[in-house]
Design a protein around this ligand. Sequence first.
Ligand code: BTN
Length: 278
Amino acid sequence: MFKGTNIDHLDKEIFEGTLKTRLIGRPSSGSNEVHESIDSTNTRAIQLAREGCSEGTVVLARQQTAGRGRLGRQWLSPPDSGLYMSTVLRPSQALVDLPVTTLCIGVAAVRSVFAIAGVEAGLKWVNDLIYDGKKLGGILAEMTAGDQNQPALVVGIGINIRGNKNEVPEELQNKMTWLEQASGTSIDPNALAAELCAQIEDVYFRAADGQVGRILDEWRALSVTLGNEIMVTTGSTQFRGTAIDITASGALIVETDRGKQEVTGGEITVRNVDGSYC
Ligand code: BTN
């Protein structure tokens, strides 16, 4: 059973016919792009932003050959196995800080997977969508100079839709999960993409309306990080502590033996009951 149309792959006409938005996916000039295969939708969206594309332009692909994750990592993007989507925004004030943007888009992503699949995902600081302790998706927000140096924000989202644990690299096998597995239903990527557009638009408009604090409260409620013992890794430095809150600019506040520290980059892992970190 597919929620949306009865289709398991992206189709530009169906995606655009499913949109309920005013801005995202509705460029005033130029058009959205749905690729059979591309290196990276973020790389393409950055190129379009530099060439001056309209705000709200969406780039989607059925497959990425060089999908990118945070910290220079690869994002596995086999054909029709995940949602690979990037959108170009031109924020004026709110959402110019990448950490806070990433957190707000995370909220939009959690709402979307719930609306489409009924799956209650959580958020791990700073960009992970988590279900059942495993990674369901991720966000890569990047700033670029844009046309005539007007800054543009490219928001990339990857969500694992369907796949086989045995077909992913061994080190990821117990760390990844897929939306169809989590929901027990078939997922129409067009419906998921359209819902993401609607939810990104909602957080974007609300942020522009001065409501970032309320979106961050929603992030706190969805967080699988806060209240937990974590390990922070930035470059070659590591320290442990308890994640206690986030700041207004999206930094993670960690209580350590040496007092509170604000984490703005790097990576965290959360302590399991057996003492290991994931
Ligand atoms: C992460 O968890 O590190 C972020 C992953 C972001 C992946 C998405 S897929 C669509 C867009 N294009 C990319 O190359 N990356 C993002």
